[in-house]
Write a protein that binds this ligand. Structure first.
Ligand code: MG
Length: 161
């Protein structure tokens, strides 16, 4: 088995009623919330899927099925912790993670430092192993129309000796 394993994750949520969205474990005030079984944190959901993908452990829906009441409304930070536990139990450690938010609104910039600090702390790595960036959809498609938001994540894992 290769020592280095890459993983990719993607997540989308529609905007809905509410006054805030969760981004990378940080509550961001917004004119809308998101429709979701959990807190709808697209950055963390994409990150969890990337971690599971790199470890060949399936996907977030298999590990935390939305048919199970115990995952309803759960803070996605807890899903990240549980995901990391399972990835580490499979023998892997995180090398780095690179996340991208795709949304017209809210803007990432004012919250980037808080999100980075949260992710580094939760994953137990130095801050320079985590990157969060953002792009808009230039007004195109469901993202451009402001109907929802999306995120992508790529991670590299290394097998422990
Ligand atoms: Mg999701």
């Amino acid at each position: 088995m290769s020592r280095l394993r890459i993983g990719f994750g993607i997540d989308v949520h529609a905007f809905g009623a509410g006054d805030a969205v969760w981004l990378g474990g940080v509550r961001v005030a917004h004119s809308q919330g998101v429709v979701a079984h959990s807190d709808g944190d697209v950055l963390l959901h994409a990150l969890c899927d990337a971690l599971l993908g790199a470890a060949a452990l399936g996907d977030i829906g298999q590990h935390f099925p939305d048919s199970e009441a115990r995952w309803k409304g759960i803070a996605s930070t807890l899903l990240l912790r549980e995901t990391l536990e399972r990835v580490r139990a499979a023998g892997f450690e995180l090398v780095n993670a690179d996340l991208t938010l795709l949304a017209e609104r809210p803007r990432l910039a004012p919250h980037r430092a808080a999100i980075l600090a949260h992710l580094a702390t939760e994953m137990g790595v130095e801050a320079d192993r985590v990157n969060v960036k953002a792009t808009t959809a230039e007004g195109l498609g469901f993202l451009g129309r402001g109907e929802g938001l999306a995120a992508q994540a790529t991670v590299l894992l290394e097998a422990r000796d």
